[in-house]
Design a protein around this ligand. Structure first.
Ligand code: TXA
Ligand code: MG
Length: 353
């Protein structure tokens, strides 16, 4: 199969309506199209067609017990795919949809079990991206889409990343440029007594609590790894986003962190290794002995850090880096999401100074 990349200009989307309709008809006939969202690129198929979901799992090389998120373009689309829309969902959607928030509901029979990985619940999100919304509308309204990377690779934040992983596996990629946020959506489960965060993202716990009162966090996704706890979002148990090089997070006071990393670069060089460093502007120039310098932006610009993380991890692979040292990015709103992804990429290797 040839994978076609179609450039779509988001500020003049009417010019590309023909291409978006073509993408929609690929979905309606059971094919796969990758598309941009404000978080990461999605690998889309018809959420109501079990064969399409199976194709998604096989294109990604993803275990089929890991459920897919259903993307919709308007709130009323929830009626067909859920048995019940709780009041809290109305409040959260008023506040955050379209946007980087996925909500979990009891599913209706319209959603095949292949789409939900065998679960009786369904995850739903309305992305804040005009290309994605138009594409969903022209595809029949329900797009199942995981991140458009091969399983185990960092999620794609550009169409080029998608092409690297999916060339020959899917029919089309809609290229809408770089994703704004660069980390997957916040997932909140609304099927229990109290809303519970299953995956941290741009929409933080305090933003949710301002809208709907107390919110808990799945204990399996915070703090040190605890192998006794099983994450409630099946995908959170896999070691995702792993670069080929050994990644360590260096935690401590800024000067000690710099001294440690500089020394580690020298030691690794003596052992013939290629070394990469991921750091914010301000400290990055201290590491110019490294073979790859990953600039995560200014420390007070959380979006710069979140949107560059996966790209930097992919670049470490391209540069054949053997060992990677990263600073910690415990920023106020996005810190929990950034550190959650970075910790997984590092297999939870943190060096506390
Ligand atoms: O930002 C995003 O959410 C991106 C873009 C493309 O929208 N999508 C995304 O999908 O990150 P994916 O498949 O890479 O991650 C979906 C996560 C997995 O961890 C999965 O286990 C969880 O959502 N999930 C999906 N349905 C679920 C359900 N019914 N119950 C619990 N977790 C669920
Ligand atoms: Mg993913």
């Amino acid at each position: 199969m040839r994978t076609e990349i179609i450039k779509v200009h988001r500020d003049d989307i009417n010019n590309n309506i023909k291409d978006i309709k073509t993408a929609g008809s690929i979905i309606k006939s059971g094919g796969l199209v990758a598309f941009p969202t404000e978080t990461v690129y999605g690998l889309g198929g018809d959420a109501l067609n079990p064969q399409a979901s199976e194709k998604i799992y096989s294109a990604k090389g993803r275990p089929s017990d890991n459920p897919l998120i259903v993307h919709i373009a308007d709130f009323d689309s929830l009626n067909l795919i859920t048995t019940h829309v709780p009041e809290v969902a109305v409040k959260l959607s008023d506040a955050f949809w379209p946007g980087p928030l996925t909500m979990i509901f009891e599913k209706s029979d319209a959603v095949p079990l292949t789409t939900t990985g065998g679960l009786s619940t369904v995850a739903v999100r309305m992305p804040n991206d005009n290309i994605a919304l138009e594409f969903i509308r022209h595809s029949g309204g329900y797009i199942a889409a995981p991140s458009a990377n091969l399983s185990g690779r960092p999620s794609p934040t550009t169409a080029q990343h998608v092409f690297e992983d999916m060339d020959g596996r899917i029919e089309m990629i809609l290229d809408g440029g770089s994703c704004n946020i660069g980390l997957e959506s916040t997932i909140v489960d609304l099927t229990g007594e109290e809303p519970m965060i299953l995956r941290p993202g741009y929409i933080s716990k305090s933003m949710l609590e301002q809208v709907c009162g107390s919110v808990s966090v799945d204990p399996a996704i915070v703090g040190p790894v605890n192998t006794d706890l099983r994450p409630k979002a099946p995908g959170m148990k896999y070691r995702h986003y792993a670069p080929k090089g050994a990644l360590s997070i260096i935690s401590g006071e800024a000067n000690s962190v710099s001294e440690y990393i500089i020394q580690a670069i020298r030691n690794d060089h003596q052992n013939g290794k290629r070394v990469g460093v991921i750091a914010c502007n301000g400290s990055l120039e201290k590491y110019n002995e490294a073979d790859f310098l990953g600039a995560a932006g200014n420390r007070d610009d959380e979006i710069a850090i979140s949107s560059s993380l996966y790209r930097l991890l992919r670049q470490c692979d391209e540069e054949n880096i053997d060992t990677i040292y990263s600073e910690e990015f415990d920023t106020p709103q996005l810190g929990m999401a950034i550190m959650n992804r970075l910790m997984k990429a590092a297999g939870h290797t943190v060096i506390h100074l």
